[in-house]
Design a protein around this ligand. Structure first.
Ligand SMILES: C[S@@+](CC[C@H](N)C(=O)[O-])C[C@H]1O[C@@H](n2cnc3c(N)ncnc32)[C@H](O)[C@@H]1O
Length: 521
């Protein structure tokens, strides 16, 4: 075993030990998910080839962790080509052991927050490789977010959306650490390609630097074991784009041998609202003038209760605790526990399912509950003790145990799913005959007035629509939604509303029948 292989073996052991000493929550908060060796080697190997095989490398990793990319660098290029190597790590838990591991190499490791570091002239790099912390915006403290947004605006003139995750700040800030014509490779969630907060990142990639290549890994071939994110590697050169520049988009397989390769001009990319579509087979033109589901239905997320465990009870639990039934309304179980796509109802509007669930929803002030409903009061006190009343959503409701208003929807769609399920469909449409509402694991479809009238005229239309939606090609739904690691798809209300649908024939059918009626009248 070579010295470098031995170091990598020790680094991997160290990584496992250091990860195990932290909780998943702690690692999530700081985006601490290391790059697997094979992937790190693939990225570094490809990146150094973009610089030309003779260029001396000035390597920089702004979120170095235990140094998976540095290790990959040592295994990919001879040390004589590595002019300098520098990394920053905020967490000494990883940084200190890493410092010890690499002490005999030329890696210089600095402790601190990359977003607060200022590069010295001799620290500028021509080869930046980074798997930045995937910290979502709501985990960034308010003050930190303000600081970061102001910093980005001051450095780049770009106003990042408040919804951007920490990785977007990392990417934009890194430019000031780069030498002119240097190459950067970022292993980041591909989400930025499709969501609104990614617009500024895309504008940066199109206008401030030369975007060279985006490779999207196939979500079905997960790159990370413990972080459910689909990943892409974004490569750019630190110089303005030359005229007629084309960008490579590849998908699946490996960076060196992707399953699919495409090239787009910058103008193509400027015109494409969702870049992830450019990576898959769906290259259909914008569907602006075709009818979409949102023309017929208002789509809303289901109820966010703040704690399903506390607010959703079974019939037995309600009886056991002798809670007043009038404060409970039926609610559907989560899709995983809903074996049918059509929910029948008993005469009281309760779903006919193996287990009936109910949502606690009471608007009465605390004093009234305490006074008149002692059992319910006792139950609410348990919620207070368990910290439920202090949760974000509950704190923003008055009283904390009341719920948002939602009427029982007749049609629902599951909010997320995988293509790898037995049915092979990530999303299911549910026809609901009961009075049950649903939690935010569903999207609720409420007919718009025109559609409501049509359904009233011809009640079977709803069933026809439900069948039609469940028979749509899987692609038509997955291309509207977002995809995460392991082939997990999610659909936001706006995305489902964008689903193109061809239901004219169903509606025409009604018009024809009306004409026939008119003939007989
Ligand atoms: C996704 S991990 C990647 C680690 C390593 N480069 C790899 O690819 O295996 C991100 C690393 O960034 C560190 N980190 C988080 N916030 C940081 C910050 N503000 N400045 C520098 N490092 C940070 C985390 O502690 C973690 O080690």
């Amino acid at each position: 075993m070579s010295n470098i292989e031995e170091l990598e073996r020790r680094r991997l052991k160290l990584q496992v030990r250091l990860d195990a000493a932290k909780t998943q929550f702690e690692r999530n908060q700081m985006g601490q998910f290391a790059t697997p060796t094979k992937l790190a080697t693939e990225i570094v190997g490809y990146g150094q080839s973009l610089l030309g095989s003779h260029a001396k490398l000035q390597f920089f990793d702004p979120a170095i962790g235990t140094g998976s990319f540095y290790s990959a660098l040592l295994s990919c290029v001879p040390t004589s080509r590595i002019k300098s190597a520098f990394g920053i790590e905020v967490d000494p838990h990883y940084g200190l052991p890493a410092l010890d591991l690499w002490r005999k190499t030329n890696l210089r490791l600095q402790f601190g927050d990359f977003t607060k570091a200022i590069p010295a002239k001799n620290e500028l790099a021509n080869f930046v490789v980074c798997n930045p912390p995937y910290v979502r915006h709501h985990h960034l403290h308010g003050e930190d977010k303000l600081r970061l947004r102001a910093l980005i605006e001051q450095q780049t003139g770009i106003r990042l959306s408040g919804l951007a995750g920490l990785y977007c700040y990392f990417l934009l800030l890194s430019q000031r650490w780069m030498l002119p014509s240097g190459i950067a490779g970022w292993l980041i969630p591909s989400e930025f390609m499709d969501v609104n907060y990614g617009d500024e990142v895309k504008a940066f990639l199109l206008n401030r630097v030369t975007l060279l290549h985006i490779h999207r890994f196939d979500p079905a071939e997960v790159q990370f074991d413990d972080a459910l994110v689909s990943s892409a590697v974004v490569w750019f050169r630190n110089e303005p784009p030359p005229p007629n520049h084309v960008v490579r988009f590849s998908f699946g397989g490996t960076l060196a041998t992707p399953r699919q390769d495409r090239f787009f001009s910058l103008n193509d990319l400027r015109a494409a609202p969702k870049w992830s579509r450019l990576l898959t087979n769906d290259l259909s033109p914008p569907l602006n003038d075709r009818p979409v589901l949102g023309d017929f239905f208002r789509i809303q997320r289901g109820l966010a209760t703040g704690s399903n465990e506390f607010f959703v009870l079974s019939e037995e639990q309600i009886k056991d605790r002798q809670l007043p039934q009038k404060f409970f309304s039926p609610i559907l179980p989560s899709p995983r526990y809903l074996p049918v796509d059509e929910v029948k109802s008993n005469p009281s509007g309760i779903p006919v399912l193996k287990q009936s669930l109910f949502l606690l929803d009471c608007d009465l002030p605390e004093e009234t509950v305490q006074d008149r409903y002692p059992n319910l009061w006792k139950y609410l006190e348990r919620g207070v003790d368990a910290g439920v009343s202090q949760r974000y959503l509950c704190q923003h409701r008055s009283p904390w145990y009341s719920q948002e208003r939602r009427s029982p929807p007749q049609l629902l769609c599951t909010y997320m799913g995988r293509t790898t399920t037995s049915k092979g469909r990530p999303f299911r449409f549910i026809l609901n005959h009961s009075k049950a509402v649903a939690a935010n694991v569903y999207l609720l479809l409420y007919p718009r007035p025109k559609m409501e009238r049509m359904i009233r005229d011809r009640p079977s239309l709803l069933r026809e629509l439900w069948r039609y939606l469940n028979n749509l090609p899987i692609d038509s739904l997955t291309s509207e939604g977002r995809v995460y690691g392991g082939g997990l798809y999610k659909l936001e209300p706006r995305e489902l509303a964008n689903l193109p649908i061809e239901i004219q024939h169903m509606v025409d059918c009604k018009a024809k029948r009306r004409r026939q009626h008119a003939l007989f009248e």
